[in-house]
Design a binder for this molecule. Structure first.
Ligand SMILES: NC(=O)c1ccc[n+]([C@@H]2O[C@H](COP(=O)([O-])OP(=O)(O)OC[C@H]3O[C@@H](n4cnc5c(N)ncnc54)[C@H](OP(=O)(O)O)[C@@H]3O)[C@@H](O)[C@H]2O)c1
Length: 329
């Protein structure tokens, strides 16, 4: 019998940017043990998607070509593989696929049940699909290296969030404000009111001298920095940190890894913590429950159809999204 075909977007070599993405017809994948087949409802783009295409994570990702990018999706289960325990046909879920294999930018997607959480009523497919990489990273950064308790029970902490208008940053502001925090945020002038509306206590324009110096307008020293952009040296952070302040770096490069090692070796009280997302399904469930309760929202920068995914890809590469970029089938 001829294989059932579906529309998908893939690339077959490193580089090429948006033009490197090809629209193809490929067989619908079959779920194996512990997996389900999802009909795609929505997906999102994260900077890591085009960084993988650029070859910045060579030789780890992708595992092989051709590669269907996209890891953060929402979908409806249409087929269940053997030994799937907690999900059934008709369930609507949010999934985080592995970067090594991708697979999200397609009409049908296979996901492991350990990579998913049910999408509650009242949370749209786009809002849910936007969550995994960006919101889980914000959650991990705030609760682990920064040590913020999101039930508000911890000691008061002063937090700086850089690039608070972006995918990670806009979730970080909202999550930080669930804890006992004072949030200073950086963004461009056009997004100052937007970032305040997310709950930030004070907002600085990163293109002004005060913004570039990361100075809190009220003179606060930061106990933690959730650093969601690049190109800011340790010497800029250091004078703004409290005695035991930590900078959590979302985009650690060689310089940042060396600074981090040096701070540890010299027993510095001020630390730099590189962060790599470690996926936990219970954290995704927690974020979805916050969303259902109205305590967390996804702000959508723009929405593109899968047939125009190269425009969404280009929008992400430009680096000026406010919130998340959504792709719909
Ligand atoms: N370690 C991990 O596991 C992990 C996970 C997720 C993301 N990341 C990384 O975290 C970074 C942020 O990701 P994202 O999804 O939030 O990116 P994004 O949504 O593309 O960020 C875009 C936003 O950043 C703002 N921005 C750019 N430069 C800025 C600066 N110097 N100061 C203040 N705001 C600035 C832009 O504002 P304007 O338009 O006004 O310039 C725009 O609103 C990326 O490098 C990504 O790869 C790492």
């Amino acid at each position: 019998m001829a294989a059932r075909l579906m529309q998908a977007v893939q690339y077959d070599r490193y580089g090429g940017g948006p033009e490197g993405l090809k629209h193809v017809e490929v067989p619908v994948p079959a779920p194996k043990k512990g997996e389900v087949l999802l009909k795609l409802e929505a997906a999102t783009i994260n900077p890591i998607d085009w960084k993988i295409q650029k070859g910045l994570l060579k030789p780890f990702y992708p595992r092989k070509f051709p590669y269907i990018p996209g890891t953060d999706i929402a979908g409806e289960i249409v087929e269940v593989g053997s030994e799937v325990k907690n999900f059934g046909t008709g369930d609507k879920v949010v999934a985080k696929l592995p970067h090594a294999t991708g697979g999200g930018f397609a009409e049908y997607v296979v996901a492991k049940e350990t990579e998913m959480a049910k999408r509650p009523e009242g949370v749209s497919a786009g809002e849910g699909a936007a969550l995994p990489v960006a919101a889980l990273t914000a959650l991990q950064a705030l609760t682990q290296p920064a040590g913020i308790k999101l039930d508000g029970s911890g000691q008061q902490a002063n937090i700086l969030i850089t690039a608070a208008s972006g995918g990670v940053g806009h979730y970080a502001v909202q999550l930080a404000k669930l804890g006992n925090t004072h949030v200073t945020a950086t963004c461009g002038a056009r997004n100052i009111e937007f970032v305040k509306s997310l709950g930030a206590d004070e907002v600085i324009d990163y293109k002004t001298p005060e913004g570039a110096a990361l100075k809190s307008p009220s003179g606060k020293k930061y106990d933690a920095v959730i650093h969601c952009t690049t190109g800011i040296p340790w010497s800029t952070f250091e004078p703004n940190l409290s005695a035991k302040g930590v900078v959590v770096d979302m985009t650690p490069g060689v310089g940042s890894l060396m600074t981090s090692a040096l701070k540890k070796l010299t027993f510095s009280k001020k630390q730099l913590a590189p962060l790599i997302l470690s996926f936990k399904a219970e954290n995704l469930e927690y974020l979805l429950s916050l969303m259902r309760e109205g305590k967390l929202k996804t702000v959508v920068d723009s929405t593109y159809s899968l047939s125009k995914v190269e425009d969404a890809w280009a929008r992400s590469i430009e680096g000026h999204a406010t919130g998340k970029i959504i792709v719909e089938p």
